[in-house]
Design a protein around this ligand. Structure first.
Ligand code: XMP
Length: 561
């Protein structure tokens, strides 16, 4: 029955983030292509109407978003949509082909999601992956049965001796990642088997109508030639040209922002994080002084963060910035609060209050810029069709006032995080800022267990500084999704010199992840941990013990609160 339901690929989470990684040289090329720090001049912007797209129909697989990312890495625009999306929403995207994702259902279950009729009626190429292949089989007259044994993990794919456009540049045999229980027993009429594995005689099937099915997952890293298959599908089967590049996106978006804003005024919150930094720079590039950024310092930022952010935006980029030091105000409101959700709520509310007060002082404003990314868009589009429990109330500096009657400007809503980084570099933002690890909106408050005080903030900042420093020196900063310190509310006895100490316990957290939905604790070298621990107990007054967090997500979360 259920096949890839919440099954984590064990090694996936061990890998340091590679999927979205793009060589620095590629960034440099992009930067050069659009003129580095010079304003990007719209030469050959691709109007949205001409932008070719591949549409991924989501059946609920944990890998659905990954498929879309892989396609984008092939420089073809790709959108992930719920399986019941009507054709009228798809048609304007100029689809060149469809991919049906995997999913946890079984095609014979009552209410199992199936492909809408337009998938077959449009006569566009279709690639069904795992459950997507079973959907094709079921709807086109083949037979799917519960597999005698679940096939989960590596298998070797052998290509049959036939010609297929999917096979260009593939090895005759290569490893693939399987994760399914149901299997295709009988292919639909007109289909031939193109490849097999030990347990799946129809590991790849296809017909002359350009409809293909893959029983394995080409999108995951454990299928090393999977990206080639996807690339063959989009280029050789769907005929895409590959016009989704960051330079075309930037050119296109700059003109769109100019048109949309006209002579209006825009405000944006600045936090020092990658998304808000790229949004601000992007909009500033389009409309210059019509943009004002509001930088609320809630006093929960890391060491030197305020200065660095300020220097980049005010001094280097010459933006209008309203800087508000609201740290005392936040600390007052957090006094005595130990409940994590309460901390988040207070910080979120206070942030909006300060932001609104400052925005009012600016006078008439027409637009609010937000760093909404494509995963957020997908998340809200899919949330109706997927069950999700609330674990934490996320506060994002982007998630701003519901009350303010402003139009939204969301220039990054089509982009994945790695694409946002490419845009940031191409717009001339410093690498250090573009490659900054994610930092939560409520800042250090959710890394201090128990009450947040000035003293504890100072201790955590100092410990965090050591961690960041050492991780960077070890050249691990970019490979890790996040690495940071937590100040626990545990105190323990130690000995320094000949004296007894009674000090705080600091925990170190370093994780690898693709998207923060799952994460694994990073296997950083012991020597590095030893250096971090030594430095913290020697350099940070009040701390006499350091531990390393070796839990993955799930069952833990990345942040401690
Ligand atoms: P958890 O702790 O839920 O975190 O595993 C997942 C990712 O989200 C970040 N995070 C936040 N980001 N506002 C944010 O902008 C928040 O309130 C928030 N809480 C957690 C966290 O750092 C990790 O990258």
């Amino acid at each position: 029955m259920a096949k890839d339901k919440s099954k984590q690929t064990p090694n996936d989470s061990h890998r340091v983030a590679t999927s979205g990684d793009i060589e620095v040289s590629t960034y440099l090329e992009i930067a050069k292509e659009i003129g580095g720090e010079q304003p990007a001049v719209a030469k050959e912007a691709i109007p949205s109407a001409e932008r070719e797209a591949i549409i991924v129909i989501d059946f609920g697989s944990q890998y659905s978003m990954l498929i879309a990312r892989r396609i984008r890495e092939c420089q073809v625009y790709c959108e992930l949509v719920p399986h019941d999306t009507p054709w009228k929403k798809i048609a304007p995207l100029n689809p060149k082909g469809f991919i049906l994702s995997g999913g946890p259902a079984s095609v014979y279950e009552v209410g199992a999601p199936l492909a809408p009729a337009y998938i077959y009626e449009s006569h566009l190429p279709v690639l069904g992956i795992c459950y997507g292949m079973q959907v094709l089989t079921y709807q086109l007259g083949g037979q799917v049965i519960p597999g005698a044994k679940h096939e989960y993990g590596h298998a070797i794919l052998h290509l049959s001796d036939v010609d297929s456009p999917l096979f260009a540049d593939l090895s005759p045999s290569s490893p693939v990642w399987m994760s399914h229980a149901d299997k295709v027993e009988e292919m639909p009429p007109g289909f031939t088997a193109l490849a097999y594995t030990e347990n799946s005689p129809f590991a790849i099937m296809g017909n002359s109508e350009k409809i293909f099915g893959l029983q394995f997952h080409p999108e995951v890293a454990h299928t090393p030639e999977g990206k080639t298959i996807l690339k063959n599908f989009v280029y050789r089967v769907c005929g895409c040209k590959g016009n989704w590049t960051m330079s075309s996106f930037i050119n296109d978006s700059l003109s769109r922002i100019k048109r949309q804003v006209g002579k209006g005024k825009v405000i944006s919150a600045l936090s020092g994080g990658v998304d808000s930094a790229v949004v601000a720079t992007f909009i500033h590039r389009a409309i210059g002084d019509q943009l004002t950024c509001i930088f609320v310092n809630h006093g929960l930022l890391r060491r030197e963060e305020v200065e660095r952010t300020f220097n980049v935006f005010r001094l280097n980029l010459g933006m209008n910035i309203v800087y508000v030091d609201a740290s005392e105000r936040f600390l007052r409101r957090l006094k005595g609060v130990i409940d994590p959700e309460m901390k988040r709520k207070i910080i979120g509310e206070e942030f909006i209050r300060v932001f609104e007060e400052e925005a009012k002082k600016i006078g008439k404003v027409d637009f609010l810029a937000q760093g909404t990314l494509y995963p957020d868009v997908i998340e809200s589009a899919l949330s109706g069709s997927r069950a999700s429990a609330k674990i934490k109330t996320h506060h994002n500096v982007g998630g701003l006032p519901a009350k303010m009657t402003l139009q939204l400007l969301e220039p990054l809503r089509d982009l994945f995080k790695d694409e946002v980084r490419q845009v940031g570099l191409a717009l001339g933002l410093p690498e250090e800022m573009v490659w900054r690890q994610p930092f939560p909106g409520p800042g250090l408050a959710i890394r201090i267990i128990g009450e947040v005080t000035k003293e504890k903030l100072e201790i955590l900042r100092a410990a965090d500084w050591v961690v960041m420093n050492e991780i960077k020196k070890a050249k691990l900063y970019r490979q890790l999704w996040q690495s940071f310190a937590i100040l626990t509310d545990v105190k323990s006895v130690g000995v320094m010199g000949d004296y007894r100490t009674y000090g705080y316990l600091v925990a170190i957290r370093a994780v690898t992840s693709e998207d923060a939905m799952t994460a694994d604790w990073a296997r950083v070298p012991y020597d590095l941990l030893a250096r971090i621990s030594n430095r913290i107990v020697n350099e940070v007054p009040g701390v006499n013990r350091v531990v390393y967090d070796i839990t993955s997500k799930p069952p833990s979360t990345i942040e401690w609160e």
